[in-house]
Design a protein around this ligand. Structure first.
Ligand code: ADP
Length: 549
């Protein structure tokens, strides 16, 4: 749709253009006109000539000032009458002078031309042409009232009236041209700004890191895609809300207070153009919509906005992987320094005694058994570490075949028969799962081994199985020490062990359940736990039922 040029003009641009036109010519003209008036007066002319000049200057100044304010505010806060009335008064005054100074000979219709020009520049088309037409009529009126409406004055009357009218139209065309020019300049500028804005938005959207910006009162303005995914909250859910309420952060000891929030603290900082975004704050956790804690670093800095005010820009980086690696390194160091060293020291001690020949007979046999058990523990730990590395590398491979469940479980239970006699199995025969027999043995070995390890001696362990839709559900239930509720969701993570001293005094790596759960997942199944401290735990393994191809 075509827009009228005036509807979209930018007041400041118009003001600049008119200002540029008026300053070099307008001021000398006014001074010249005023000087000429004084000169004419001193030379004996009617003092009213000064009044006319002052009034003319005032008209032009008032007209252009009104125009400037109108344009700058982009609206018509002044009625056009405010400009038109002084202009029309000037027209009438000039007419009066023309009449008293001899009509057409007075040449004052020239003043009417000037006035038409001001009208054309200051008002919109219909007003400008109206005032132009009035000027043209006044030229004819001057001729009539001074008895000069005759053939000898004909050309002057005709040229004068046409000139007065056309000057209003011409000046109005200039005004329209200036407005259109300003408009297209502004359109270009707006277009450039929009392109620039789109580029910035595209860059922010493509960032891997979360990015948020706020206004000067800490209300969220931008919230990129990465942050939507990380925090589980969409931009439309957080827009306009206080940053510390939607970008919830925690340290190890709990959620951050408003005053501790990096974005809130950054708001009180001073923005220094070109200064790098602040040092990232580490050891922080982002609290997601589901109340999950994600390890993050947050860099926040003041962000320039309108005038002197500033908001905040913050970059949130998910460092779960890095923190996971560093935790794994710590866990590995503690594993090597304690869990691996203990059986090794034992083995070496017993082996030394045997080598010295200091012990004989039954005692020597006992030592040999200790050496065998310690070495077996070492072998298991090394095996678990290697399997973890294979899982981490995404290289856990299954050799899937039909596995008859009761056979598999009985084989595993058999292996524990030496250490306990209290395992009770109720596995219906005829259930077969689709799986890797060797890896599944590892899973049940770990679960049954844990049940024995974390229960009082000879406390009952019940293993049962049932079919649920397309899955076999095998449960391993003990009446042992149980697992603290807050630990239950973490025990399938690497190196997780209960801090309970009943657990800590027993050997273990915290890798068994991680491996078992990863094996179950690789089968398309799962392992879950229900437990209450002091009364025991039940682990449930779900595996896909075997279907004849
Ligand atoms: P490990 O037994 O070598 O410590 P796991 O990964 O097998 O490692 O088990 C992780 C942790 O889960 C254990 O350290 C223990 O705290 C807890 N846990 C596992 N099974 C049981 C169970 N049957 N009863 C009580 N706690 C258990």
């Amino acid at each position: 749709m075509a827009q009228s040029p005036e509807s979209k003009n930018d007041g400041l641009e118009i003001e600049r253009l008119f200002g540029a036109a008026i300053k070099p010519w307008g001021i000398p003209t006014f001074i010249g006109a005023f000087g000429a008036g004084i000169f004419a007066w001193l030379a004996g002319a009617d003092p009213w000539i000064l009044v006319l000049i002052v009034f003319g200057i005032a008209t032009v100044l008032l007209g252009s000032q009104a125009l400037r304010v109108n344009m700058a505010r982009r609206g018509r806060i002044f009625s056009p009458w405010l400009i038109a009335i002084p202009i029309i008064s000037a027209q009438l005054l000039a007419t009066g002078f023309a009449i008293s100074y001899g009509g057409m000979e007075g040449g004052l219709w020239f003043a009417l031309t000037m006035i038409s020009t001001v009208a054309g520049q200051s008002l919109d088309k219909k007003w400008a042409l109206g005032i132009g037409a009035l000027g043209a009529l006044l030229v004819i009126a001057i001729a009539l009232l001074t008895d000069q409406f005759d053939i000898s004055h004909g050309p002057a009357i005709f040229a004068g009236s046409v000139y007065v009218f056309t000057m209003a139209g011409l000046a109005n065309h200039q005004r329209t041209a200036a407005i259109t020019l300003a408009d297209s300049t502004n359109r270009d500028r707006i277009q450039n700004l929009e392109t620039h804005n789109q580029q910035v938005e595209a860059i922010i959207g493509a960032l891997q890191e979360g990015l948020v910006t706020t206004d000067f009162e800490g209300r969220v303005e931008r919230w990129n895609k990465a942050l939507e995914t990380l925090a589980g909250r969409r931009l439309d859910e957080v827009e306009g809300k206080q940053i510390h309420k939607v970008l919830r952060l925690a340290k190890k000891d709990g959620e951050l207070e408003e005053a501790e929030h990096p974005c809130v603290r950054a708001r009180s900082g001073r923005f220094v153009a070109g200064s790098p975004i602040g040092e990232p704050e580490r050891d922080l956790f982002l609290i997601t919509d589901d109340e999950i804690l994600i390890p993050v670093t947050v860099s926040a800095a003041p962000f320039p906005r309108d005038h002197d005010q500033h908001g905040v820009v913050a970059v949130i980086t998910d460092v779960s992987r890095e923190r996971g690696i560093s935790e794994m390194r710590d866990a590995l160091i503690s594993l090597v320094s304690h869990e691996l060293r203990t059986p090794l020291t034992l083995t070496m001690g017993f082996a030394d005694l045997l080598a010295d020949g200091a012990v004989q007979g039954e005692e020597a046999r006992e030592y040999a058994i200790q050496i065998r058990d310690s070495t077996a523990r070492l072998a298991t730990m090394i095996e678990d570490l290697l399997t973890t590395a294979v899982i981490e590398a995404g290289e856990l491979k299954l050799v899937t075949e039909r596995v008859v469940l009761d056979e598999l479980i009985n084989t595993v239970v058999e292996r524990f028969s030496a250490s306990t006699s209290s395992i009770e199995t109720t596995i219906p025969s005829g259930i077969s799962v689709s799986g890797d027999a060797e890896k599944l043995e590892h899973v049940f070995s770990n679960l049954i081994g844990n049940s024995i390890k974390y229960s009082p001696e000879n406390s009952p362990i019940r293993i049962s199985a049932r079919v649920d839709a397309d899955e076999a559900v095998i449960s391993v239930k003990d009446e042992g020490i149980g697992i603290e509720p807050e630990l239950q969701s973490h025990i399938f993570e690497r190196f997780t062990r209960s801090p309970d001293e009943n657990v800590q005094r027993l050997p273990g790596t915290g890798l068994g359940l991680f491996i078992a759960s990863e094996i179950a997942k690789a089968h398309g199944g799962s392992i879950t736990v229900t437990s209450s401290p002091g009364s025991g735990s039940t682990f449930e393994v779900r595996l896909p039922i075997w279907h004849q191809a």
